[in-house]
Ligand binder design. Sequence first.
Ligand code: PLP
Length: 396
Amino acid sequence: MSQPHPLSVWAQNVSPSPTLAIDAKAKAMMAAGEDVCSFAAGEPDFDTPEFIKEAAIAALKSGKTKYAPTPGIEPLRAAIAERYAAEYGYQITPAQVVVSPGGKFSCFLGLQSVCNPGDEVLIPAPYWVSYPEMVKLCGGKPVYLNTSDRTGFKISPAQLEAAITPKSKVLIFNTPSNPTGGVYDRAEIEALMAVCLKHNLYILSDEMYEHLIYDGKQPTCIATLSSELAARTITVAGFSKSYSMTGWRMGTLVARPDIAKAAAELQSQMSSNCTTFAQYGALAALKEKDKARESLGAMKVAFDRRRKAMHAGLNRIPGITCLLAEGAFYLFPNISSFRIGSQEFCAKLLEQEKVAAVPGSAFGVDGYLRLSYATSDDTIARGLERLARFCAALKN
Ligand code: PLP
């Protein structure tokens, strides 16, 4: 009997998510009774607001337990269209909206809708870990645009232009950014989008953290900048970060009607509708605006306070420098002065001081760490003390 065939090239080539792996390891250590300070989480440490849970429970009890239309229940798609009009003046129809099982899946559907094998997809680095893997799963080729803290982790129009070839198809753009927390200004986005239009690129605009922006800055919804951009932009967002609903698996995709239709058809063969009764929870999040504003406001106040505390604490540690990011719930300090790779830095930090952080290398740039401040003030204070001790020992 011959050996069974090897696994597919997709299965062999995909890298598992390093952020989920580190978070899982930190959680396992905590469950085993170890006193870990974890800065690895990619999710708010707040519970889903009660009114959202209650709406989902009521839907469950009233029998919303069957298949629903693949792109989402009608009232939810309508509410998503309404919220884009209210927040950004973006006029779309419900037919342009797809509700998917998570922002991650929305990104994948967006890429699957426009990316052919052999197409090049431009990805600013540091990048969210899933982008390159998703591009490869579409048969595309990721092309990285490297940045550093010297430019605030932002790409320039000239840099974008220089990376474009006749095979370039899509720019993946993520602001506020995971992992840096960086936020592009509207003028900076306009300059980059002019290059995208000149070269007829699609833009996969990952606006997952649109509501988590500090210092009075406002988010930019790229599709609203011009009708040409609306025709080329696939907007990804969701409920995970704004409403503390990471486990619910609810993402959104908004695009030109034919792209949205294609994404829904792809979803119809890959996952069908997002959990039916969960969609009623999401509907409550959009409909009960005062309650939603209150819970988001409370979360933002806490994140902003922790952001400032963590930023100040990091910059007090000799050898570390850190920009004050304006969005999401991450800081991305520079640790290159310690002259060890970020992976080794994080492995030793977890082993010696029980502090969990994600190495910059996981996001395509070495010499940095990603620290999430979606954790308690006390964990931040204690974790920074340990990090300072660890850094002092490394310097000696
Ligand atoms: N995009 C970015 C930049 C993210 O950080 C995340 C989650 O961490 C997602 C998309 C996906 O979110 P979801 O949990 O809804 O799949």
